[in-house]
Design a protein around this ligand. Structure first.
Ligand code: MTE
Ligand code: MO
Length: 256
């Protein structure tokens, strides 16, 4: 595990979070208040899908690391073994029958098998994962570039966000979900990852497919993906704040 207990790193994370109007708290289970950047976002949300996509190509990249920096094992967190019956049935077969559904505000709704996803343009990157709980871990992720997948289904111009629907219910409660604006979805390092450290993504880390959004905190990176939904807003989902932890008071932006 890299620098999970380094006090300087923790202070840095605290400042970064306070800077975005979010309180740094000891655990993902605790509540925070405020989303100071939300107003800024509202401005960005008003841009068309095409404009957001154009902006994405000019965005800064998250730092990438040398292979020596990879942690010996990537720390799992949150749900690590979903007990959803459909998921368990799919996992028992090595996810042979699993398919990712992509729908909502798209021109051509579609489903993709793992083999089909592996055939799409991929990227491998070594990045640091920062959990709001105050630990970090460096790993190498391989996956399909989300923007490439979105281009296959054709995002409709009224779409503003991608919603990531997961197989698990966190601690048996509500189903886990997350969302990104299209600008982040089209960022070149935003992946749907099926590989970790040159091996298949383990179940503990989100098999068969999990989101990597490298400029965001860990809780944005939805594991156990089942369905992507393009939406104009997320008021109708969960408690209306765009994600499982957002519904419990965490920042939707969740920048590092
Ligand atoms: N579906 C789902 N995705 C999730 C979670 C979860 O509980 N369920 N936990 C989140 C949190 S808080 C973190 S830090 C990362 C942990 O990813 P890891 O298990 O690969 O470390 O996944 C995020 N994505
Ligand atoms: Mo986290």
């Amino acid at each position: 595990m890299s620098d999970s207990t380094d006090p300087a790193r923790r202070r840095f994370l605290a400042r970064a979070l306070l800077g975005t109007g979010t309180l740094l708290l000891a655990g993902c289970d605790r509540l925070s208040r405020g989303d100071a950047l939300q107003r800024l976002f509202d401005a960005s949300d008003a841009l068309s899908a095409r404009a957001q996509r154009l902006l994405a190509s000019r965005e800064a990249l998250a730092r990438e690391y040398a292979p020596e920096a990879i942690a010996p094992s990537f720390r799992p967190n949150g749900t690590t073994a979903p007990d959803d019956p459909t998921y368990r049935r799919l996992a028992a077969d090595g996810f042979r029958d699993w398919r990712l559904e992509v729908g909502g505000l798209v021109e051509r709704p579609a489903t993709f098998s793992l083999a089909e996803l592996r055939a799409l343009p991929a990227r491998t990157q070594i990045t640091r994962h920062d959990c709001v709980e105050g630990w970090s871990c460096i790993g190498q992720w391989t996956g399909v570039v989300l923007g490439e997948l979105l281009d296959r289904v054709g995002v409709r111009d009224e779409a503003r966000f991608v919603v990531f629907h997961c197989a698990d219910r966190y601690r048996g409660g509500d189903r886990y979900y997350e969302s990104l604006d299209l600008r982040e979805a089209y960022h070149p390092q935003t992946l749907l990852a099926y590989g970790l450290n040159d091996a298949e993504l383990p179940i503990a880390n989100g098999a068969p497919l999990r989101l990597r959004a490298e400029r965001r905190l860990g809780y944005k990176m939805a594991k156990y993906l089942m369905r992507l939904e393009l939406v104009a807003d997320f008021a109708h989902l969960g408690r209306g704040r765009g994600g499982y932890w957002e519904d419990r008071g965490y920042s939707w932006w969740a920048g590092i």
